[in-house]
Design a binder for this molecule. Structure first.
Ligand code: SAH
Length: 253
């Protein structure tokens, strides 16, 4: 303990999409090395068995700035992990913590990668990505709605597979139907769509549908859901989606 107090270090740790089996070995080892673990309740619960002997600082959703400040403050003289669900670079805590650290001076920090929701969801659906894709969050808390809509428009037009994070929250129910309207301008009704809720954790639900029928599933889409919309070459196969990488243009198989 005296050593950790003289040499602080701040880890920003992606803890994966849900199940403890998807916590990387590296993430587990830095959590075990840490004196303090900082995060919101859901994410702390997700790794409860790994951090049971640690000093835990639990903060609510929306307390991100305060959480980042606390982590940086403690990180000067203690070994601290601040955790993010999935990967900390994907709408996670890495950005805010580095911004706070940048202002506060010389702190030793390291970002530890995690399995992000898009990887978990894509795996459950088979092979919906495999080619170029765009990732868009529909949360307009920190990004203006017009910017989100213009990115949706560009991604749909450019035939990227589109992954949608944060499709809905309690306060924003309309953003999702608006996003679907935009994408439908550029994609056929038969475009495969994957709906993955609670990937790798309790309540896991995986649906492969089409763009034309997606609103039939509107009621089950919530803040624990990730949506994948195929490109013009994607196809459905059983309850799966395949987006060809392009091998068919060169090889016979
Ligand atoms: N840093 C996280 C994303 C945080 S944004 C990551 O890398 O995955 C929160 C959004 O991620 C949710 O609204 C949802 O769209 C998606 N998400 C996170 N975990 C998920 C899971 N287990 N299953 C489906 N979607 C998930």
């Amino acid at each position: 303990m005296s050593q950790s107090q003289s040499h602080g270090k701040l880890y920003i740790v992606g803890i994966g999409p849900g199940s403890i089996e998807h916590l990387t070995k590296k993430a587990e080892s830095v959590l075990l090395e840490s004196e303090y673990i900082i995060g919101n309740g859901t994410y702390l619960d997700q790794i409860a068995e790994v951090i049971k002997d640690k000093k835990i600082i639990r903060s609510g959703m929306g307390g991100e700035v305060e959480r980042a400040r606390k982590a940086v403050e403690l990180g000067y003289s203690h070994i601290v992990s601040i955790i993010s669900g999935g990967d900390a670079n994907v709408y996670g805590m890495a950005g805010l913590v580095l911004e706070v650290a940048e202002k506060s001076g010389d702190i030793e920090l390291e970002v530890i990668p995690g399995v992000t929701a898009i990887s978990a969801a894509a795996s459950l659906l088979g092979a919906p990505l495999v080619n170029d894709f765009a990732v868009i969050s529909l949360s307009d808390l920190l990004t203006p709605a017009v910017m989100i809509e213009s990115r949706l428009e560009s991604a749909a037009q450019a035939d990227f597979v589109i992954a949608i994070y944060n499709p809905k929250s309690r306060a924003r129910k309309q953003n999702f139907s608006r996003a679907v309207e935009i994408i439908r301008k550029y994609r056929s009704e038969n475009t495969p769509v994957g709906i993955v809720k609670n990937a790798t954790r309790n309540g896991e639900t995986v649906i492969a549908a089409t763009l034309g029928r997606i609103m039939e599933y509107n009621d089950i889409i919530d803040m624990s859901t990730l949506i994948l919309i195929g490109n013009s070459e994607s196809r459905l196969w059983k309850n799966r989606i395949i987006t060809p990488r392009g091998y068919q243009r060169k090889y016979e198989y």
